[in-house]
Ligand binder design. Structure first.
Ligand code: ZN
Ligand code: ZN
Length: 189
């Protein structure tokens, strides 16, 4: 645990007695690599957390929401997508001795538990999981996006309903149109 990380919070003022609670409402700058291939939260962009920490017998229950702004591309038409995320967090962070005891009892997941160290909790992996696990692997600009016209590479959503090309598309023109769109998207970054 990196004690200098802004995501590492002290819980010395949270009584260990079961049911004791503390609110954490704060903001962070997003760490790097919060994202999937076509959908990311930009490094340094604002994150907000609104959490309740509650002492339970095994550790501290971290419960609430994280908000962030995500940027991505539609997996069908490649247009930019900007969305606000607000994702549920509900994680049990274990006292190390409780996690060790569960591991001794044969709990195979115990080695992956989040742990309290020196009365501190690192919120970064918890926030990262909540955001990344909610991200779409195939983001869409809208649910019924029909992608691109295979001949001219324009978005169907931008084309008139009667749009058509007189000659049948060959396989090559389909690939050419897609390749041109991908190049344009890369150059636009
Ligand atoms: Zn789309
Ligand atoms: Zn077309």
């Amino acid at each position: 645990m990196d004690l200098k990380s802004p995501f590492v919070i002290s819980i010395v003022d949270l009584p260990r007695q079961e049911g004791a609670m503390r609110e954490v409402r704060t903001g962070f700058n997003a760490p790097s690599d919060v994202g999937v291939a076509m959908y990311q939260v930009a490094e340094g962009s604002p994150l907000g957390v609104d959490l309740t920490l509650q002492s339970v017998s095994e550790g501290v229950l971290v419960d609430g929401y994280v908000s962030a702004h995500a940027h991505g591309q539609c997996s069908r038409c490649l247009i930019d997508i900007d969305e606000d995320m607000n994702e549920r967090i509900s994680e049990l962070v274990f006292y190390p001795e409780r996690a060790a005891a569960l591991e001794d009892e044969g709990d195979e997941e115990a080695e992956d538990f989040f742990l309290i160290e020196n009365d501190r909790i690192d919120l970064e992996p918890i926030i990262r999981d909540a955001l990344v696990l909610s991200m779409p692997l195939q983001p869409l600009c809208q649910a019924d996006c029909e992608g691109l016209c295979p001949v001219c590479g324009e978005r169907w959503l931008d084309l008139p309903e009667d749009h058509e090309h007189l000659e049948e598309a060959s396989d090559f023109s389909v690939l050419d149109a897609l390749a041109a769109k991908l190049r344009a998207a890369e150059e636009g970054e």
